[in-house]
Write a protein that binds this ligand. Structure first.
Ligand SMILES: Nc1ncnc2c1ncn2[C@@H]1O[C@H](COP(=O)(O)OP(=O)(O)OP(=O)(O)O)[C@@H](O)[C@H]1O
Ligand SMILES: [Mg+2]
Length: 235
């Protein structure tokens, strides 16, 4: 087991946003967490990356507790968090944004990672000296993912990478997520509201409903489930 979240509770001002949430991620998997607005998807990723530590429960990476560590220590152990809304620095160049993702790495590691990111996203190589703010929404999402990859992580956590993109680009992003997983042998924890596409690429998935896991199973299994079809696929 690479990552294990055990019965966590996460609160904002004493009010729990997540209650008794447990999930597992095995090495090499794509695991999706799907849920509507405000169900706690972002909170879950923030708990794992140490931005919002859980008030109860445990989070284990390779069997070792990480929920008591600081965010930068968790990042150093190989968990990369690509935040909701991308969080790129608009007034910095594409290259500078990518370098920020590798601040914990040596120069040689950084250059190797940059080569891989440019192979994956040729458009970022082309635009490397442009200000990030001049990129399209899809390109900024690629930059955010690229920055996450620059740390050379074991686990890449993506918070709604398809949000706000036009349908064609949504497909592109999901294809890229699959490629990153397959080619880089990289484990992916994906949080999404785009239910069908997520379940299609996920090995396993969890359905989050207001702070609780309502359902879990293989991606294709959940695509067939009545709850998912009725509540999320409008069938
Ligand atoms: N900083 C905060 N302070 C107080 N409450 C918060 C804070 N952030 C989130 N919440 C609350 O916690 C709950 C879960 O929010 P969260 O952002 O994790 O949901 P989400 O599933 O990511 O939603 P979305 O799909 O809109 O991104 C919501 O009720 C939200 O209002
Ligand atoms: Mg969110």
């Amino acid at each position: 087991m690479l990552l294990r979240v055990e019965d966590i509770e996460v609160r904002y001002d004493e009010v729990p946003a997540l209650r008794d949430v447990s999930l597992e991620v095995h090495a090499g998997e794509i695991v999706a967490v799907i849920g509507s607005n405000g169900t706690g998807k972002t909170t879950l990723l923030r708990a794992i990356s140490g931005i919002r530590p859980p008030a109860r429960g445990r989070i284990l990476l390779d069997g070792t507790s990480i929920h008591t560590l600081k965010a930068h220590q968790i990042a150093a152990r190989g968990i990369s968090h690509v935040p909701e809304g991308r969080g790129v620095f608009a007034q910095q160049t594409v290259l500078r944004n990518l370098y920020l993702g590798a601040f914990l790495r040596t120069e040689a590691e950084r250059d190797a990672a940059l080569g891989r990111v440019f192979d994956l996203f040729p458009i970022l190589a082309e635009r490397r000296n442009q200000m990030a703010g001049t990129l399209s929404g899809g390109e900024q999402q690629m930059l955010a993912i690229g920055r996450g990859l620059m740390a050379n992580p074991h686990i890449l956590m993506l918070d709604e990478p398809s949000l706000g993109l036009m349908p064609k680009l949504v497909d592109t992003i999901f294809e890229l997520v699959q490629r990153i997983n397959a080619e880089g042998d990289l484990t992916i924890l994906l949080v999404e509201q785009n239910v069908r596409e997520s379940l299609e690429i996920a090995n396993r998935a969890y359905v989050l409903e207001t702070g609780n896991i309502a359902l879990e199973g293989a991606g294709e299994e959940l695509l067939e489930s009545e709850l998912v079809q009725k509540a999320y696929l409008g069938m």
